[in-house]
Design a protein around this ligand. Structure first.
Ligand code: G
Ligand code: G
Ligand code: MN
Ligand code: NA
Length: 255
Protein backbone atom coordinates (compact mmCIF):
# COMPACT_ATOMS: atom_id res chain seq x y z
CA UNK A 1 0.00 0.00 0.00
CA UNK A 2 0.89 3.68 -0.06
CA UNK A 3 2.47 3.89 3.40
CA UNK A 4 4.64 0.84 2.72
CA UNK A 5 5.89 2.43 -0.49
CA UNK A 6 6.56 5.68 1.32
CA UNK A 7 8.58 3.78 3.93
CA UNK A 8 10.67 2.13 1.22
CA UNK A 9 11.46 5.53 -0.29
CA UNK A 10 12.20 6.97 3.13
CA UNK A 11 14.72 4.19 3.72
CA UNK A 12 16.47 5.00 0.46
CA UNK A 13 16.54 8.69 1.38
CA UNK A 14 17.88 8.08 4.90
CA UNK A 15 14.79 9.66 6.41
CA UNK A 16 14.94 7.43 9.51
CA UNK A 17 16.97 8.25 12.57
CA UNK A 18 17.25 7.34 16.20
CA UNK A 19 16.24 9.72 18.95
CA UNK A 20 17.37 9.13 22.51
CA UNK A 21 15.29 9.40 25.67
CA UNK A 22 17.31 10.04 28.85
CA UNK A 23 17.18 7.63 31.78
CA UNK A 24 17.64 9.24 35.17
CA UNK A 25 19.04 8.22 38.53
CA UNK A 26 16.68 10.34 40.61
CA UNK A 27 18.59 9.99 43.91
CA UNK A 28 21.90 10.98 42.37
CA UNK A 29 20.28 13.50 40.01
CA UNK A 30 22.31 11.97 37.20
CA UNK A 31 21.68 10.87 33.67
CA UNK A 32 22.50 7.16 33.43
CA UNK A 33 21.97 6.64 29.75
CA UNK A 34 19.48 6.79 26.93
CA UNK A 35 16.90 4.61 25.19
CA UNK A 36 17.18 4.71 21.40
CA UNK A 37 13.81 5.12 19.69
CA UNK A 38 13.17 4.99 15.97
CA UNK A 39 11.87 8.15 14.32
CA UNK A 40 10.86 9.01 10.75
CA UNK A 41 11.53 12.51 9.48
CA UNK A 42 8.52 12.68 7.24
CA UNK A 43 8.67 15.32 4.48
CA UNK A 44 5.19 16.65 5.27
CA UNK A 45 4.07 15.22 8.60
CA UNK A 46 7.20 16.06 10.60
CA UNK A 47 8.82 13.63 13.02
CA UNK A 48 6.84 10.41 13.34
CA UNK A 49 7.32 8.05 16.30
CA UNK A 50 7.90 4.31 15.87
CA UNK A 51 4.40 3.42 16.99
CA UNK A 52 2.99 5.28 14.00
CA UNK A 53 4.66 3.14 11.35
CA UNK A 54 6.47 0.12 12.81
CA UNK A 55 3.59 -2.30 12.08
CA UNK A 56 3.49 -1.30 8.43
CA UNK A 57 7.29 -1.45 8.19
CA UNK A 58 7.14 -4.99 9.51
CA UNK A 59 4.51 -6.06 6.99
CA UNK A 60 6.53 -4.39 4.23
CA UNK A 61 9.59 -6.43 5.20
CA UNK A 62 11.63 -3.37 6.16
CA UNK A 63 12.38 -4.22 9.76
CA UNK A 64 15.70 -5.88 9.04
CA UNK A 65 17.06 -2.70 7.50
CA UNK A 66 15.61 -0.60 10.33
CA UNK A 67 17.08 -2.94 12.96
CA UNK A 68 20.51 -2.58 11.40
CA UNK A 69 20.05 1.18 11.33
CA UNK A 70 19.14 1.24 15.04
CA UNK A 71 22.03 -0.98 16.12
CA UNK A 72 24.37 1.31 14.24
CA UNK A 73 22.75 4.47 15.62
CA UNK A 74 22.98 3.18 19.20
CA UNK A 75 26.69 2.43 18.80
CA UNK A 76 27.25 5.78 17.11
CA UNK A 77 25.61 7.44 20.14
CA UNK A 78 27.90 5.50 22.49
CA UNK A 79 30.89 6.71 20.47
CA UNK A 80 29.57 10.30 20.62
CA UNK A 81 29.14 10.06 24.41
CA UNK A 82 32.59 8.53 24.90
CA UNK A 83 34.16 11.28 22.81
CA UNK A 84 32.59 13.79 25.21
CA UNK A 85 34.08 11.95 28.17
CA UNK A 86 30.89 10.12 29.19
CA UNK A 87 32.28 6.61 29.16
CA UNK A 88 29.80 5.16 31.66
CA UNK A 89 26.52 6.18 30.01
CA UNK A 90 24.55 3.37 28.37
CA UNK A 91 22.32 3.26 25.33
CA UNK A 92 19.51 0.72 25.09
CA UNK A 93 17.72 -0.56 22.02
CA UNK A 94 14.32 -2.20 21.65
CA UNK A 95 14.49 -5.64 20.11
CA UNK A 96 11.62 -7.33 18.35
CA UNK A 97 10.88 -11.04 18.62
CA UNK A 98 12.03 -11.52 15.03
CA UNK A 99 15.30 -9.79 15.77
CA UNK A 100 15.89 -11.93 18.84
CA UNK A 101 15.27 -15.06 16.77
CA UNK A 102 18.00 -14.13 14.30
CA UNK A 103 20.95 -16.54 14.61
CA UNK A 104 23.24 -13.75 13.39
CA UNK A 105 22.11 -11.26 16.05
CA UNK A 106 25.28 -11.49 18.15
CA UNK A 107 27.50 -11.10 15.10
CA UNK A 108 25.48 -8.11 13.89
CA UNK A 109 25.73 -6.43 17.27
CA UNK A 110 29.44 -7.09 17.49
CA UNK A 111 29.99 -5.68 14.04
CA UNK A 112 28.12 -2.47 14.99
CA UNK A 113 30.14 -2.18 18.20
CA UNK A 114 33.45 -2.63 16.48
CA UNK A 115 32.56 -0.19 13.68
CA UNK A 116 32.27 2.51 16.36
CA UNK A 117 34.80 1.02 18.77
CA UNK A 118 32.55 1.02 21.84
CA UNK A 119 32.27 -1.54 24.68
CA UNK A 120 29.37 -3.97 24.64
CA UNK A 121 28.36 -3.66 28.30
CA UNK A 122 27.07 -0.14 27.52
CA UNK A 123 24.72 -1.38 24.81
CA UNK A 124 21.62 -2.60 26.63
CA UNK A 125 19.00 -4.82 25.05
CA UNK A 126 15.30 -4.27 25.83
CA UNK A 127 12.97 -7.16 25.19
CA UNK A 128 9.27 -7.63 25.76
CA UNK A 129 7.48 -10.11 27.97
CA UNK A 130 5.61 -11.41 24.93
CA UNK A 131 8.94 -12.30 23.34
CA UNK A 132 9.71 -14.64 26.23
CA UNK A 133 6.48 -16.52 25.54
CA UNK A 134 6.83 -16.72 21.77
CA UNK A 135 6.75 -20.16 20.18
CA UNK A 136 10.27 -19.51 18.89
CA UNK A 137 11.33 -19.23 22.53
CA UNK A 138 14.00 -21.93 22.42
CA UNK A 139 15.92 -19.99 19.79
CA UNK A 140 15.30 -16.77 21.65
CA UNK A 141 16.49 -18.29 24.91
CA UNK A 142 19.68 -19.48 23.21
CA UNK A 143 20.19 -16.04 21.72
CA UNK A 144 19.53 -14.14 24.94
CA UNK A 145 21.81 -16.47 26.90
CA UNK A 146 24.53 -15.93 24.31
CA UNK A 147 24.07 -12.16 24.61
CA UNK A 148 24.34 -12.27 28.40
CA UNK A 149 27.35 -14.60 28.23
CA UNK A 150 28.98 -12.16 25.80
CA UNK A 151 28.52 -9.32 28.28
CA UNK A 152 25.42 -7.53 27.03
CA UNK A 153 22.86 -6.28 29.56
CA UNK A 154 19.29 -7.49 28.99
CA UNK A 155 16.24 -5.62 30.28
CA UNK A 156 12.55 -6.50 30.29
CA UNK A 157 10.47 -3.68 28.79
CA UNK A 158 6.81 -2.76 29.45
CA UNK A 159 6.89 -4.95 32.55
CA UNK A 160 3.49 -5.85 33.96
CA UNK A 161 1.59 -5.78 30.68
CA UNK A 162 2.42 -9.32 29.52
CA UNK A 163 2.35 -12.70 31.14
CA UNK A 164 6.00 -13.41 31.80
CA UNK A 165 6.42 -15.84 34.64
CA UNK A 166 8.64 -14.64 37.43
CA UNK A 167 10.84 -17.63 36.64
CA UNK A 168 11.51 -16.16 33.19
CA UNK A 169 13.33 -13.25 34.82
CA UNK A 170 15.88 -15.74 36.09
CA UNK A 171 15.91 -17.98 33.04
CA UNK A 172 16.66 -15.08 30.71
CA UNK A 173 19.05 -13.45 33.20
CA UNK A 174 17.29 -10.11 33.01
CA UNK A 175 19.31 -7.36 34.71
CA UNK A 176 16.55 -4.78 34.98
CA UNK A 177 12.82 -4.46 34.50
CA UNK A 178 11.15 -1.35 33.12
CA UNK A 179 7.75 -0.83 34.74
CA UNK A 180 5.26 -0.04 32.03
CA UNK A 181 4.00 3.50 32.04
CA UNK A 182 0.42 2.36 32.60
CA UNK A 183 1.50 1.58 36.19
CA UNK A 184 3.27 4.89 36.62
CA UNK A 185 0.87 7.49 35.29
CA UNK A 186 -1.13 9.05 38.17
CA UNK A 187 0.47 6.68 40.68
CA UNK A 188 0.56 9.53 43.19
CA UNK A 189 -3.24 9.70 43.33
CA UNK A 190 -4.33 6.10 42.67
CA UNK A 191 -4.06 3.73 45.64
CA UNK A 192 -4.69 0.55 43.64
CA UNK A 193 -1.92 1.48 41.23
CA UNK A 194 0.34 2.27 44.16
CA UNK A 195 -0.18 -1.23 45.60
CA UNK A 196 0.43 -2.97 42.27
CA UNK A 197 3.51 -0.97 41.47
CA UNK A 198 4.78 -1.37 45.00
CA UNK A 199 4.53 -5.13 44.56
CA UNK A 200 6.49 -4.98 41.28
CA UNK A 201 9.22 -2.89 42.91
CA UNK A 202 9.32 -5.30 45.85
CA UNK A 203 9.61 -8.24 43.47
CA UNK A 204 12.50 -6.66 41.61
CA UNK A 205 14.26 -5.72 44.83
CA UNK A 206 13.92 -9.18 46.35
CA UNK A 207 15.23 -10.82 43.17
CA UNK A 208 18.06 -8.28 43.10
CA UNK A 209 16.94 -7.06 39.69
CA UNK A 210 17.12 -3.37 38.82
CA UNK A 211 13.84 -1.50 38.39
CA UNK A 212 13.18 1.62 36.32
CA UNK A 213 9.85 3.44 36.02
CA UNK A 214 8.80 4.47 32.52
CA UNK A 215 6.54 7.32 31.53
CA UNK A 216 7.15 9.56 34.54
CA UNK A 217 5.46 12.85 33.67
CA UNK A 218 5.29 14.72 36.98
CA UNK A 219 7.35 15.46 40.06
CA UNK A 220 4.60 13.91 42.21
CA UNK A 221 4.84 10.63 40.29
CA UNK A 222 8.63 10.66 40.63
CA UNK A 223 8.53 11.35 44.36
CA UNK A 224 5.92 8.67 44.96
CA UNK A 225 8.04 6.09 43.11
CA UNK A 226 11.12 7.18 45.03
CA UNK A 227 9.33 6.67 48.36
CA UNK A 228 8.39 3.17 47.18
CA UNK A 229 12.03 2.33 46.47
CA UNK A 230 12.29 2.97 42.74
CA UNK A 231 14.92 5.60 42.04
CA UNK A 232 15.44 5.03 38.31
CA UNK A 233 13.12 6.78 35.92
CA UNK A 234 12.45 7.79 32.35
CA UNK A 235 9.70 9.99 30.97
CA UNK A 236 8.58 13.35 29.71
CA UNK A 237 9.13 14.90 33.16
CA UNK A 238 12.84 14.74 32.32
CA UNK A 239 12.83 14.77 28.54
CA UNK A 240 11.27 13.36 25.44
CA UNK A 241 13.54 11.49 23.06
CA UNK A 242 16.07 13.91 21.57
CA UNK A 243 18.39 13.79 18.56
CA UNK A 244 22.03 12.82 18.99
CA UNK A 245 23.26 16.39 18.71
CA UNK A 246 21.23 17.43 21.79
CA UNK A 247 22.52 14.70 24.10
CA UNK A 248 25.57 16.61 25.28
CA UNK A 249 23.51 19.64 26.23
CA UNK A 250 20.96 17.51 28.08
CA UNK A 251 23.64 15.83 30.19
CA UNK A 252 25.28 19.18 30.92
CA UNK A 253 22.07 20.92 31.96
CA UNK A 254 20.73 18.01 33.96
CA UNK A 255 23.60 17.81 36.42
O1 G B 1 8.55 5.79 20.06
P1 G B 1 7.15 5.31 20.26
O2 G B 1 6.50 5.85 21.49
O3 G B 1 6.26 5.44 19.06
O4 G B 1 7.33 3.77 20.51
C1 G B 1 6.29 2.87 20.28
C2 G B 1 6.80 1.47 20.43
O5 G B 1 7.78 1.20 19.44
C3 G B 1 7.48 1.24 21.78
O6 G B 1 6.99 0.00 22.28
C4 G B 1 8.93 1.13 21.45
O7 G B 1 9.57 0.22 22.28
C5 G B 1 8.91 0.62 20.02
N1 G B 1 10.15 1.00 19.34
C6 G B 1 10.71 2.21 19.22
N2 G B 1 11.85 2.16 18.51
C7 G B 1 12.02 0.84 18.19
C8 G B 1 13.02 0.12 17.47
O8 G B 1 14.02 0.67 17.00
N3 G B 1 12.85 -1.23 17.34
C9 G B 1 11.78 -1.87 17.86
N4 G B 1 11.70 -3.19 17.69
N5 G B 1 10.82 -1.23 18.54
C10 G B 1 10.94 0.11 18.71
O1 G C 1 7.51 0.39 24.81
P1 G C 1 8.56 1.41 25.10
O2 G C 1 8.75 1.61 26.55
O3 G C 1 9.89 1.15 24.44
O4 G C 1 8.03 2.79 24.54
C1 G C 1 8.80 3.95 24.59
C2 G C 1 7.92 5.08 24.14
O5 G C 1 7.13 5.56 25.21
C3 G C 1 8.69 6.32 23.71
O6 G C 1 9.03 6.31 22.38
C4 G C 1 7.73 7.46 23.97
O7 G C 1 6.97 7.81 22.82
C5 G C 1 6.81 6.92 25.02
N1 G C 1 7.04 7.69 26.24
C6 G C 1 8.22 7.91 26.85
N2 G C 1 8.06 8.67 27.94
C7 G C 1 6.74 8.94 28.03
C8 G C 1 5.97 9.68 28.96
O8 G C 1 6.44 10.23 29.94
N3 G C 1 4.63 9.71 28.73
C9 G C 1 4.05 9.09 27.65
N4 G C 1 2.74 9.21 27.52
N5 G C 1 4.77 8.39 26.77
C10 G C 1 6.09 8.31 26.95
MN1 MN D 1 11.53 0.42 25.43
NA1 NA E 1 8.48 0.21 27.74
Amino acid sequence: NALARELQIALERNAFEAHFQPQIDVRGARCLGFEALLRWNHPRRGTLAAGQFLDVAQRAGLTDALDTLMMDAACQALRFLADFGHRDLSVSINMSTAQLSDPHLLARLESALSRHDVPRHLLRIELLESTLLDERTSHILTNVQALVAAGFVVELDDFGTGHAAIAALRKFQVTQIKIDRSFVRHIDTDDELKKLTGAIIGLANSLDIGVLAEGVETQAEQDCLLRMGCGLAQGWFYSKAIPLREMGRFIATFT
